[in-house]
Design a binder for this molecule. Structure first.
Ligand code: TMP
Length: 219
């Protein structure tokens, strides 16, 4: 039996990175072998591609290039890092995966959904997450959090990347896209209300994840 592949998704500013780290800590304390990674990124080549995709200077990037760059970064990540980790029976927690391309490039930008799915099936050799947590917050909340970060009010000012700089309508389409993905994949996806305290959110995710691991071990 291979390891378990768990992905975290949701709008920018939903708090998924914090929740992913919390889950990793809990699982490690319970003796599980966990690795944490992210997209775009996770390998040297994938991180170089991330730099091109997110650089605010690349305003001319066409939609087709954006889809293919995310997929290229993912192809390297899946084959160099994720699949070997799963073969070694590890639990892989990944900050974003193919659902992000469907929500952002297909629903957000308007690229044909089936094309985005086909490109990503090729890139990932058909790999799918066992469980996906979509952290859901209203667009006003996620954008307010991003701008708070960008202003440095939380301590360090962080420039918004090329995707984060897009307008409210774009981010609303992305959120609707995540809802559609959840409706299409009810067995795999859990939508988590992320407009609550960090501990409440973490508690829900941990409870679900423990059940998932038990089911996996009993097969
Ligand atoms: P991050 O902020 O979660 O690190 O992700 C970087 C940005 O890239 C974020 O705005 C979401 C976006 N993104 C896509 O548009 N498509 C994708 O396939 C992935 C993985 C991320």
């Amino acid at each position: 039996m291979d390891g378990i592949f768990i992905t975290f998704e949701g709008p920018d500013g939903a708090g998924k990175t914090t929740q992913l780290r919390k889950l990793a800590e809990e699982l490690r304390e319970n003796g599980h072998d966990v690795v944490v990674t992210r997209e775009p990124g996770g390998t040297v080549i994938s991180d170089q591609i991330r730099g091109i995709i997110l650089d605010p200077i690349n305003q001319e990037m066409v939609d087709q290039a954006e889809v293919l760059l995310y997929a290229a970064s993912r192809a390297q990540h899946v084959h160099e890092f994720i699949l070997p980790a799963l073969k070694a029976k590890r639990i892989v927690l990944c900050d974003r995966f193919i659902d992000a391309s469907i929500a952002y490039q297909a629903y957000g930008l308007g690229v044909d959904v089936e094309t985005v799915k086909a490109v990503n099936r090729f890139a990932s050799s058909g790999l799918q997450a066992t469980r996906t947590y979509i952290l859901d917050v209203p667009v006003e909340v996620s954008l307010a959090r991003l701008h708070h970060r960008a202003s440095g009010s939380g301590g360090i000012a962080q420039q918004l990347d090329r995707i984060e700089q897009k307008n409210v309508e774009y981010h609303s389409r992305v959120r609707a896209g995540f809802h559609q993905i959840a409706a299409d994949h009810q067995k795999r996806v859990r939508v988590i209300d992320a407009n609550r305290s960090e501990d409440e959110i973490a508690g829900d995710i941990l409870a679900d994840c423990k059940r998932l691991i038990e089911e996996h071990l009993s097969v």
